[in-house]
Design a protein around this ligand. Structure first.
Ligand code: 5GP
Ligand code: MN
Length: 328
């Protein structure tokens, strides 16, 4: 349960805010930041958005005022102490902020976290976390609806819609309920155009992304009697197609579109280390599987990042063998 009254009080009793989100931000991360920024702007508060990663090109349209900044120590480290409140959106462990982790941790400002992931680390003063919500943007919507802190304008409704649409797999995952559709109806009434938002996020891919997808699909292997499918993308693939990490968003889901597959993995070699995305059907808790490697997430969608380790056949084999113990 999120204590919306308390969250409202923190917002109203402070004047300056620094909002941040996780590495490789998705539409829930960016959408929640923009919605929260707009909420604060409406109240006349001073706020900043500073992230580790650049905003993926297909999400830049959400940042209409061009306020999101990419963190660098010289420009932003002071800001972390100057503002009254640090706001962590859509993540629950400080290492998900990568380069700004130290500035976040060392800051003496009030720290709050609004999130819907499992197994939070204790890294803030006030948690507004509930895993029942479909998206962090869904929590921000409920804050506004329940406390009436600001009106739901189109500027706020659009990023919230983007957050919910994407985190529910375009309204098909488990948390797509009648209640959620009623909330989304309010967003549409505020002027959101669902055709336009979907098109901007999913149907304006760079050609490089589609070529990389082709390579990822080609790499699919089945193991565990066809219950596990995995893909591998290497740095060489990125270079060949001039693609970037955020281009891989959603690739992992293709694994689950194969009949009988219950657990899908995507291995992505990064410039520094590698990452693994895990997806599952039903009750297979891939957040637990990811946690075995220092990662986390949701029951059916999780990930882990390895900053120091090289991606190689041995570590892939180890992760796959752990994955096998999750499918019977
Ligand atoms: P994705 O595979 O799309 O990057 O991430 C899927 C889910 O797992 C997201 O909800 C994300 O927050 C979580 N996740 C991805 N990578 C990590 C990680 O390195 N650590 C933790 N704790 N969660 C992660
Ligand atoms: Mn989310």
């Amino acid at each position: 349960m999120v204590n919306f009254q308390k969250l409202k009080n923190i917002i109203l009793s402070n004047n300056s805010f620094l909002i941040t989100t996780h590495v490789n931000p998705d539409a829930d991360a960016i959408g929640s930041e923009i919605a929260f920024y707009q909420l604060l702007k409406t109240l006349g508060k001073k706020s900043f958005i500073v992230n580790h990663s650049e905003t993926p090109y297909n999400l830049k349209f959400l940042d209409k005022d061009n306020v999101i900044r990419q963190f660098n120590l010289d420009d932003h480290s002071d800001l972390f102490n100057k503002v009254d409140v640090l706001v962590a959106l859509d993540f629950n462990r400080s290492d998900r902020t990568v380069s700004l982790k130290k500035s976040f941790e060392q800051s003496k400002s009030i720290k709050i976290c609004i999130d819907h992931h499992k197994d939070p680390e204790k890294f803030v003063d006030y948690e507004f976390i509930d895993t029942d919500y479909s998206a962090t943007g869904d929590i921000i919507f409920s804050l506004i609806k329940e406390t009436k802190i600001v009106p739901i304008t189109k500027e706020i409704a659009e990023p919230i819609y983007a957050a919910i649409m994407t985190d529910t797999g375009s309204f098909r995952f488990e948390k797509t309920t009648a209640i959620l559709h009623r909330k989304v109806a309010v967003l549409l009434e505020a002027g959101v155009n669902p055709t336009e938002i979907y098109d901007k996020i999913y149907d304006q891919s760079k050609f490089s992304k589609i070529k990389l997808l082709g390579r990822a699909l080609e790499s699919i292997q089945l193991i565990a009697n066809g219950k596990i499918a995995y893909m591998i993308i290497t740095q060489k693939d990125f270079e060949e197609f001039n693609a970037i990490e955020s281009d891989t968003e959603n690739f992992v889901n293709y694994n689950l579109s194969i009949e009988n597959v219950e657990l899908g993995l995507l291995f992505i070699e990064l410039k520094n280390g590698f990452k693994v995305s895990f997806r599952s059907k039903g009750n297979i808790p891939v957040n637990k599987l990811a946690a075995e490697f220092g990662g986390g997430g949701h029951t059916n969608a999780s990930g882990a990042r390895f900053f120091e380790k090289q991606m190689n056949a041995e570590i892939i084999k180890l992760i796959l063998s752990k994955a096998e113990s999750y499918v019977q």
